[in-house]
Design a binder for this molecule. Structure first.
Ligand SMILES: [Zn+2]
Length: 120
């Protein structure tokens, strides 16, 4: 683990790694984008012992979120369609102008939501 060309720096980072592990941190499979050292997870935060600073890996988290949203789309679309049918039949039976306005607004919102889902 210790390299002869940078003994002080490595020694410091090894000490910090030991300290992090002692505090209950877990070593992650992800590497620091700056130095390539393994990252540690402590208190829901990723930390690089070598750089001695917290690391935020935004890109991969966004990718994960996009992925999970995409998986949800077919289910969401089905729910929206079912709701639209229900709202549509309520609309047919309703005669009160105020209620009709509310229902119509709701239908527009549902249709907009459907449209946005299709664009994702
Ligand atoms: Zn680092």
């Amino acid at each position: 683990m210790l390299e002869s060309n940078m003994p002080d720096k490595n020694d410091e980072s090894v000490k910090r790694m030991a300290e992090l592990l002692r505090k209950g941190a877990t070593m992650l499979a992800e590497a620091c984008p700056q130095c390539g050292s393994p990252l540690f997870k402590i208190d829901d935060e990723m930390y690089c012992a070598h750089c001695d600073r917290p690391v935020i890996v935004v890109e991969s988290e966004e990718q994960m979120q996009t992925q999970s949203v995409k998986e949800l789309i077919p289910e969401l679309r089905e729910k929206l369609l079912i709701k639209l049918q229900t709202v549509g039949s309520t609309f047919e039976q309703e005669n009160d102008v105020e209620s009709l306005t509310k229902i119509a607004n709701l239908m527009v919102l549902l249709l907009q939501a459907l449209h946005r889902l299709q664009q994702l």
